[in-house]
Design a protein around this ligand. Structure first.
Ligand SMILES: Nc1ncnc2c1ncn2[C@@H]1O[C@H](COP(=O)(O)OP(=O)(O)OP(=O)(O)O)[C@@H](O)[C@H]1O
Ligand SMILES: [Mg+2]
Length: 361
């Protein structure tokens, strides 16, 4: 199914509802601003869709890497280079004249079926690849975009200091622009260390585009537009309820719209269940690091919002004393991952679907 409710990241404006401002901001920053642009927002809000649509519509030469793919490919030089060779193969498909420049990078083979990288230590140099892309952009009078989705995951990469590479590119390659997205803003800042003296990127300016959830009105408009496109009209009360439950997160609204378009009578309940399960899967993954995460998440989901209340609940459940330092570490981690937010003295979930999921932990 194509259209506004299709359940994959969007790549075309015709399938992307709204986001005009975000697209305009990306255009502005990438063509004129700092060499580093961050696109931030909570899970399922549409970061990938905004970035992919931007890359597609801008017509700028680019490579797009999803750092999450390293979970399967390996957090190694080899894993990264595998992802990179796919990205370069796609680049060459769209910009045939880039082959000449790629061919000049040591360790890169441009063959009839794709671009291959030699990932060994003395193989392809990422830096020399970026330098050739700078020349390529220069020859076309444009910029070259390196887009990395969920870039905070690059912190797990072994054997390659990408932040150093980024800093070198930042300082020397005027036409290479890094566009990084992250659902886990705290982790992304932690990885880039822009404010840390002695770190390679210290003091560098960056531009930021925040992808926010839809307002109540925008959510209703999105649903109405999607249903009009599909030629169906679910009851108004159902739309209202969906907007309330999914709290303006486009990914969840799309899930509901998709289910309703496929003729499910229980579309709302079914999509809510699917959303909660998706969130639960992710929370379980986080909690696999330590039981404490599950206890803390459950405590906050039950309304124990303050530090002391979380602590008391967790101590009762575990039957042991929890050190302040330990609890602080867990809460800070969940905040930097964009699961919880701290407002004044209270912790709360950024997305009510994750709160529901945490109740089941
Ligand atoms: N503005 C929009 N118009 C139409 N559909 C959208 C829009 N934003 C997001 N979606 C849909 O919501 C889902 C999530 O979007 P996307 O994957 O782009 O979000 P994300 O922020 O990258 O999420 P994640 O944190 O999971 O990577 C996709 O199915 C996408 O099609
Ligand atoms: Mg994404």
């Amino acid at each position: 199914m194509s259209g506004l409710f299709s359940p994959v990241p969007k790549e075309r404006r015709s399938e992307l509802f709204d986001r005009e401002e975000e697209l305009a901001a990306l255009t502005r920053h990438v063509s004129g601003g700092a060499p580093l642009v961050l696109c931030l927002g909570v899970r399922r809000v549409g970061k990938t869709s905004v970035v992919k649509t931007f890359l597609n519509e801008s017509g700028l030469p680019n490579i797009y890497l999803d750092a999450r793919s390293l979970a399967a490919l390996g957090y190694t030089r080899q894993g990264l280079y595998r992802a990179l060779s796919d990205a370069l193969t796609r680049l060459r498909g769209r910009f045939a004249d880039v082959s000449e420049y790629l061919g000049r990078v040591r360790g890169i083979r441009v063959g009839p079926f794709g671009v291959e990288l030699d990932w060994r230590k003395r193989g392809t140099s990422f830096l020399s690849l970026l330098e050739r892309m700078e020349e390529y952009a220069e020859s076309r009078g444009t910029v070259f975009v390196v887009a990395i989705d969920e870039a905070q995951d690059l912190r797990l990469l072994k054997g390659l200091d990408l932040v150093k590479l980024l800093a070198y590119s930042y300082d020397n390659l005027r036409r290479v622009k890094f566009l990084l997205t992250g659902s886990e803003a705290g982790l992304l800042y932690g990885f880039l260390k822009l404010d840390e003296r002695d770190a390679p990127l210290y003091g560098r300016a960056r531009d930021e585009v925040r992808v926010e959830r839809f307002s109540r009105e925008k959510s209703l408009e999105y649903l109405a537009a999607g249903f009009a496109e599909a030629g169906i009209s679910p009851p108004e009360e159902e739309l209202e309820r969906a907007v309330e439950i999914f709290d303006g997160i486009p990914g969840w609204l799309a899930l509901y719209g998709y289910a309703a378009c496929r003729g499910r009578r229980d579309a709302l309940d079914a999509s809510l269940e699917e959303a909660v399960r998706t969130a639960l899967g992710e929370l379980r993954h986080i909690a696999s690091a330590s039981e404490l995460y599950a206890h803390v998440l459950r405590a906050v989901s039950m309304g124990h919002a303050r530090w002391s209340a979380v602590k008391r609940a967790v101590e009762i459940w575990t039957g042991r004393h929890i050190y302040d330092e330990t609890l602080r570490r867990v809460l800070n981690k969940l905040t930097s991952m964009g699961i919880l937010a701290k407002e004044g003295e209270e912790y709360r979930f950024l997305d009510p679907i994750y709160r529901r999921a945490a109740e089941r932990l």
